[in-house]
Design a protein around this ligand. Structure first.
Ligand code: F6P
Length: 368
């Protein structure tokens, strides 16, 4: 029997509950004991039965569709320090955990892999200090981990979709549809800011799905003069064709070619000054992260949860930590470290103003 724990970490995303449910039930189905670590890495650092709880089949009843994460999540500073990871290691051994599945974004998954890599030295230190018994030391020489990617941003390389991104996209489209009605009535322009951190996926997909007039994403920066001219030309042409409303979608991470942010206020000012449009700004905010998971996220989270349990059961000290991805509609395992590295190199390329490289890296498929 193995004792498999699941944890959610970083920003919550619809479908995380479905993922936790699938991991717990798949673990039990395979004859293992299932545990949930509450409140992300901070629960692991604090430890004890309040934070590391055994979960039974019925504990996750009704979780499939629910948004957010019922086991809590946190952005934890302590786990970034070695002492925090040492405490987490001790707490896991005390709870008898052999394997950990982490559902989160790239930062959370990097933390998981570092924890696994450091594990032998952590248990050796605990053993030396007499904080764990020789028996515990022998039984926990290796930690199997696996990542499932939960984030509304869809910003992880090596996977086509992250758990939550399609629910968030649906929510954004619904909100823009509401705005459409009022924009049309008053012949107004609306500048709508959507989430996504440094990734333009949500903005781009929402813009296409709602037939926005113009979209700003971090992956396609241009100078203020260029974007102002281009946007005004397009919006004016749409108005000339009789369109009564204007919708401009701005990704929260949108940047100009000098890497300064393009804000909704910048865009509004241009629409007002040059096109004399009555313009309002709407920041959708955390509404984009809430609500039930759409069918796709429920399916993705469930299939990936089952795949994650298989992966930790098959893992050996020699195999690199896996991340469960979806590539061309197939659930596959990818090496976690490589996927995170690729995701980080996109950010580095953007910082170095090498946009062509950033886009090709984001599009590139990591080959195992
Ligand atoms: O990563 C998910 C996300 O919602 C981003 O889109 C956004 O930039 C960020 O989290 C907001 O974080 P917080 O909820 O901590 O304000």
């Amino acid at each position: 029997t193995k004792n498999i724990a699941v944890m959610t970490s970083g920003g919550d995303a619809p479908g995380m509950n479905a993922n936790v449910r699938a991991i717990i039930r798949a673990a039990i189905y395979k004859g293992c004991k299932a545990f949930a670590v509450y409140e992300g890495y901070s629960g692991l650092v604090k430890g004890g039965p309040q934070y590391i709880r055994e979960m039974h089949w019925n504990d996750v009843r009704g979780w499939l569709a629910e948004g957010g994460t019922n086991i809590g999540t946190a952005r934890c500073m302590e786990f970034k320090e070695r002492w925090g990871r040492l405490a987490a290691c001790k707490n896991m051994i005390e709870a008898g955990i052999d394997a950990l599945v982490v559902c989160g974004g790239d930062g959370s998954l990097t933390g998981a892999d570092l924890f696994r890599a450091e594990w032998p030295s952590l248990i050796a230190e605990l053993h030396e200090k007499g904080e764990i018994t020789s028996q515990q030391y022998e039984n926990h020489k290796h930690l199997n981990i696996c990542g499932t990617v939960g984030s509304i941003d869809n910003d992880m390389s090596s996977t086509d979709a992250t758990i939550g991104c399609y629910s968030s996209l649906a929510r954004i489209c619904e909100a823009i549809d509401y705005i459409d009605a009022t924009a049309n009535s008053h012949q107004r322009a609306f500048v709508i800011e959507v989430m996504g951190r440094h990734c333009g996926w949500l903005a781009l997909m929402a813009g296409i799905a709602t037939s926005a007039d113009y979209i700003f994403i971090p992956e396609k920066p241009s100078s203020r003069k260029d974007w102002s001219d281009h946007m005004c030309q397009i919006v004016a042409a749409h108005r000339a064709r009789g369109k009564r409303k204007t919708i401009v979608v701005v990704a929260e991470g949108a940047i100009a070619s000098d890497l300064t942010p393009i804000t909704c206020e910048d865009v509004r000012d241009v629409l007002v000054e040059r096109l004399k449009l009555d313009t309002r700004i709407t920041t959708l905010g955390h509404v984009q992260r809430g609500g039930n998971a759409v069918a796709y996220d429920r399916l993705l989270a469930t299939m990936q949860g089952v795949a994650a349990v298989d992966a930790v059961l098959e893992g050996t000290p020699e195999t690199p930590s896996p991340m469960i991805a979806v590539v061309e509609n197939k659930i596959v395992r990818k090496p976690l470290v490589e996927a995170v590295k690729l995701t980080k190199s996109v950010a580095e390329a953007i910082n170095a103003k090498d946009f062509a490289k950033a886009i090709s890296l984001r599009d590139s498929e990591f080959v195992e």
